[in-house]
Structure formats: structure tokens, C-alpha cells
Design a binder for this molecule. Structure first.
Ligand SMILES: Nc1ncnc2c1ncn2[C@@H]1O[C@H](COP(=O)(O)OP(=O)(O)OP(=O)(O)O)[C@@H](O)[C@H]1O
Length: 208
């Protein structure tokens, strides 16, 4: 699903990311570990097509993402990539359902409330559908962000520090939910973190 070759990224002539070779198979879960500043967010930015690397190939289902035009990269991200960031970026003043409908529209899909209900039920938050995002607890908001990331059945689910703000119980739950949701849509999961608590969940690890 994901094949990286000779990937390098520089800021101001300083190399901040250097990944000679890395593969993630379809449906596989993989952890990217590294201390602050080691390039984890840069790697996810490149894989999601938000950032054009200085050099290298990033193939997703055979397509070299950095070589696509900006418009095609946006379309690729909307259709095939789900992203959960540490800052959840929910739209605070609209309902949970509207947040998910917006994700469907942005991906060019028709609104599908049945799909939204299925995803919310799978995450145990069906009762929150009409609540405004700003009225949610952190744990609830995180589940909504996971729901939004999978609502369009992505091929690739990326999570940047999804657990570092969570206590041990919620940390376990968040990882289990990410894994079960990735499995439910057959997505490859890539979690970038410096949180060593979640290491044991991942057989495959890339250390930056
Ligand atoms: N826009 C930018 N301009 C210049 N340098 C940058 C920029 N973005 C990131 N960097 C630098 O690139 C390096 C890698 O940053 P990155 O955010 O990828 O690390 P990270 O491993 O995700 O860190 P953290 O765990 O703290 O989020 C850091 O040294 C950072 O200072």
C-alpha cells in the first residue's frame, strides 16, 4: 500500500527527514517512533501529500504522491487518506453529525447518514450525533476525530500523536479504536508518536 524510497526532506538546507526505504502492506498497522523534532509530522505530511519532499518516492497503491499536481494531491488526500491529529480540528459550533457530513462532502461523496450512524455506533458515540463539537469532553472529541478520519473508508489512516494527551486508560482505548476502525475499512494504519506506552501494540515499527 505504501512504499517509500530514498525519501529526504530539508528545511533551509538542513535534513530533517531521511528514510531510505520503508513499506507498509495493505491492512497493516505500523508505528513511527521518534523523539520530538525527529521528523514524524514531516513524514506524515509527505505521505498525506500536504508537503512535497526534497527528494524521493512515496508510492501509495502504486501512485507516486509527490509527483502529482497540487489539485490531484488534494483529491488523493480527500478520497484515500484519513488523518487524526493531536489538535483535533473539529468544527466547534456545528454538530458531530455535521462534522462528519462535511468530511463526506469534502471528499466529493454524497452525504450518507447511514454510514455516519454505523461509524458512530462502532465507536460507542451514537448518542453524541447531535451534540456540538465544542460541548464534548476531550475523550469524546477524540472519538469523533477518529470517526471523521474513517467515515470515507480511507485506504490509509494516519494518526499524529493520538495518545500523548491521554491518561493510560484512554490511551489504550484510543489505540484499540484506531486499530479496530482501520481493520473495519481494510485501511493501513500509520501512527506517529513519542509515546512508548503504545509500542507493544505494533509488530512493525520505524524508528526515526
Ligand atoms: N516549516 C518548517 N520550517 C523549518 N523547520 C521546520 C518546519 N517544520 C518543521 N521543522 C523542523 O523539522 C524538524 C522535524 O519536525 P517535525 O515536526 O517533523 O518533528 P516531530 O518528530 O513531529 O516533532 P514533535 O514530536 O515535536 O511533533 C524539527 O527540527 C523542526 O524544527
Amino acid at each position: 500500500m505504501l512504499e517509500i524510497r530514498g525519501l529526504r526532506h530539508e528545511y533551509g538546507g538542513r535534513t530533517v527527514l531521511d528514510v531510505p526505504s520503508w513499506d507498509v502492506a495493505a491492512g497493516e498497522a505500523s508505528l513511527v517512533l521518534g523523539p520530538s523534532g525527529s521528523g514524524k509530522s514531516t513524514l506524515l505530511g509527505v505521505v498525506s501529500g500536504l508537503l512535497t519532499p526534497t527528494a524521493g518516492e512515496v508510492r501509495v497503491a502504486g501512485e507516486n504522491i509527490p509527483a502529482l499536481s497540487a489539485a490531484r494531491r488534494d483529491a488523493y488526500r480527500a478520497k484515500h487518506v484519513g488523518i487524526v491529529l493531536q489538535t483535533l480540528h473539529l468544527i466547534a459550533v456545528v454538530s458531530v453529525r455535521e462534522n462528519l457530513r462535511l468530511a463526506q462532502r469534502l471528499a466529493g461523496h454524497a452525504v450518507d447518514d447511514a454510514r455516519i450512524d454505523t461509524v458512530l455506533e462502532g465507536l460507542g458515540i451514537a448518542a453524541l450525533a447531535s451534540r456540538r463539537a465544542r460541548e464534548l469532553s476531550l475523550g469524546e472529541a477524540q472519538r469523533v476525530a477518529i470517526a471523521r478520519s474513517v467515515v470515507n473508508r480511507p485506504a490509509l489512516l494516519l494518526a499524529d500523536e493520538p495518545t500523548s494527551a491521554l491518561d493510560d486508560g484512554n490511551c489504550e482505548k484510543a489505540i484499540e479504536l484506531l486499530m479496530s476502525q482501520a481493520k473495519a475499512c481494510g485501511a493501513s494504519l500509520v501512527v506517529a508518536t513519542h509515546d512508548h506506552r503504545i509500542r507493544a501494540h505494533f509488530a512493525r515499527q520505524l524508528v526515526l
